[in-house]
Ligand binder design. Structure first.
Ligand code: FAS
Ligand code: PHB
Length: 390
C-alpha cells in the first residue's frame, strides 16, 4: 500500500488533518489503534475557541456546531465565594462555543466515512520506520496479518502515549514538563447546568469547575489529590464537595443527579521540541499537554493541524517546503503561549501543598487585580477565546 500522508491517530488532530488534506485532494490514510466506538466513548474537552469553530465551518462541518453548540460570551471566576464575570465580547469581541470534543470527533469521523477516505481502526502494533529518510513506512498488525504502508510523510497525531514521539531518538528531542500534585475528578450528569456560563472556582479545599455539554447535560469537576481512586468517590461525596467550593448562589441552584460518567484525569504541562524529525511531524497531544484549566488541549490540537495541513497543501500544490520547514517553530510559538495561559489559570485557581499563607494571599491579590483591571480581564479573554495562528 502507498499514500501521500500517513496519519497516526484518529482523535481530533488526526481526523481534522485528514479532513484538511482530503479537501485539498491530498491522499491520507489514518491508522487508529482503538475502535471508532472507543474513540467516541472518551469524555474530554467541552469548549471550542472561536478559531476552532470557524475552522469546522470552513471544512464544511459548521452546521451542527451552529445548531447545537452554545455560544458563550464570558465565564465566571470565583474566589472563596466572590464572583467576577469576564466579558469576552466586551473585552475582545470574541466568544467561545460549548460543544463536546466527542461531537467534534463524531462530525469529523462521519465526514471522513462519507468521503470514502481510508481509516484503519483497531490497528495493532503500529510502528513508524525510516522517517529520517526519503521513504517512510508504517507497519501494523490486524486480524493476525502484518501490513505495511509507504508514504511521503507521517503525521504523529497519536496523543501523549502514542508511538510516534516515542520512536524519535532521545538525542533528537527535548521535552519540558511540569507535574501537578493533583487531578480533576469529573462527573457527567443529565441535569440542567447550574449557571448559563462556566464557573471556575478557587477554594481553600481546592478547585472546582461548573461546565456543561447542553442545556440538559452538565459537566462538573473538583480538584482531587494525586493518587485518588474514582471508586472512593460516591456521587453524594462529589456533590457535597462541589457545593462547598462554588459561590453560595450557585450551590443553592445546583441540580444533582446520578452520574452517567465519572473519571479522574491527571494534570500535567508538557512540550516536546522540535515537532519535526525528517518526514515525521508531531501534532496535538503527541507534541504537548496542557492542564485543562484553560480549555486549550483540544483547541491546540486543532490549531497545530491547521498549520500542518496548510504546509502539506503548499508542498503538494505549490512545490514549496517553506510551510513544512517553518511548522515546528510556528506551532511551538503558539503552543508555549497556550502552555503559559493554562499554567497561569491552574496556578491561580488550584491549591498546592506548598502554597502556604503567603501564596494564598498572592492568589487572592491576583484575583482582586483581575476584578479591578480591564487590562487583566482583556488578557484573560484574549487567551481564553484563542490567540491568532500567527
Ligand atoms: P487524542 O489523544 O485525542 O487522540 C490520539 C489518538 O491516537 C487516540 O484515538 C489514540 O487511541 C490513538 N493512538 C494512540 N497511540 C496509537 C498508536 N500507537 N497507533 C495508533 N493510534 C494510536 N482538553 C480540553 O481542552 N478540555 C478538557 O476538559 C480536557 N479534558 C481531558 C480529559 C482527559 C482524560 C484527557 C486524556 C484529555 C483531556 N483534554 C482536555 C485534552 C484532550 O481534549 C486533548 O487535547 C485532545 O484529545 C487532543 O487531541 P489529539 O491530539 O487528537 O489526541
Ligand atoms: C469541560 O466542559 O469539560 C471543560 C470546560 C472548560 C475547561 C475544562 C473542561 O477548562
Amino acid at each position: 500500500m502507498r499514500t501521500q500522508v500517513a496519519i497516526i491517530g484518529a482523535g481530533p488532530a488526526g481526523l481534522m488533518l485528514g479532513r484538511l488534506l482530503q479537501l485539498a485532494g491530498i491522499e491520507a490514510v489514518i491508522l487508529e489503534r482503538k475502535s471508532a466506538d472507543y474513540v467516541l466513548s472518551r469524555i474530554r474537552a467541552g469548549v471550542l475557541e472561536q478559531g476552532t469553530a470557524d475552522l469546522l465551518a470552513r471544512v464544511g462541518l459548521g452546521d451542527r456546531v451552529a445548531a447545537e453548540g452554545l455560544p458563550h460570551g464570558g465565564i465566571d471566576m470565583c474566589f472563596d465565594g466572590d464572583l467576577q464575570r469576564i466579558d469576552f465580547t466586551a473585552r475582545v469581541g470574541r466568544h467561545v462555543t460549548v460543544y463536546g470534543q466527542t461531537e467534534v470527533t463524531r462530525d469529523l469521523m462521519e465526514a471522513r466515512e462519507a468521503s470514502g477516505a481510508l481509516t484503519i481502526y483497531e490497528a495493532g502494533d503500529v510502528a513508524v520506520h525510516d522517517f529520517d529518510g526519503r521513504q517512510p513506512r508504517i507497519t501494523w498488525r490486524k486480524d493476525g496479518i502484518e501490513h505495511a504502508l509507504s508514504c511521503d510523510f507521517i503525521a504523529g497525531c497519536d496523543g501523549f502515549h502514542g508511538v510516534c514521539r516515542a520512536s524519535v531518538p532521545e538525542r533528537a528531542i527535548r521535552t519540558f514538563e511540569r507535574h501537578y500534585p493533583f487531578g480533576w475528578l469529573g462527573i457527567l450528569v443529565e441535569r440542567p447546568p447550574v449557571s448559563e456560563e462556566l464557573i471556575y472556582a478557587h477554594h481553600e479545599r481546592g478547585f472546582a469547575l461548573c461546565s456543561m455539554r447542553s442545556l440538559t447535560r452538565s459537566r462538573y469537576y473538583v480538584q482531587v489529590p494525586e493518587g485518588e481512586r474514582v471508586e472512593d468517590w460516591s456521587d453524594q461525596r462529589f456533590w457535597d464537595e462541589l457545593r462547598g467550593r462554588i459561590n453560595p448562589e450557585a450551590a443553592q441552584r445546583l441540580q444533582i443527579g446520578p452520574s452517567i460518567e465519572k473519571s479522574i484525569a491527571p494534570l500535567r504541562s508538557f512540550v516536546a521540541e522540535p515537532l519535526r524529525f525528517g518526514r515525521l511531524f508531531l501534532a496535538g497531544d503527541a507534541a504537548h499537554i496542557v492542564p485543562p484549566t484553560g480549555a486549550k488541549g483540544l483547541n491546540l490540537a486543532i490549531s497545530d493541524v491547521a498549520m500542518l495541513g496548510a504546509a502539506f497543501v503548499e508542498h503538494y500544490a505549490e512545490r514549496s517546503d517553506a510551510g513544512l520547514d517553518a511548522y515546528s517553530a510556528r506551532a511551538l510559538a503558539r503552543i508555549w503561549k497556550a502552555e503559559r495561559f493554562s499554567w497561569w489559570m491552574t496556578s491561580l485557581l488550584h491549591t498546592f501543598p506548598e502554597t502556604g499563607p503567603f501564596g494564598r494571599r498572592i492568589q487572592r491579590a491576583e484575583f482582586d487585580y483581575l476584578c479591578g483591571s480591564v487590562a487583566a480581564q482583556t488578557s484573560l479573554a484574549e487567551n481564553y477565546t484563542g490567540l491568532s495562528l500567527d
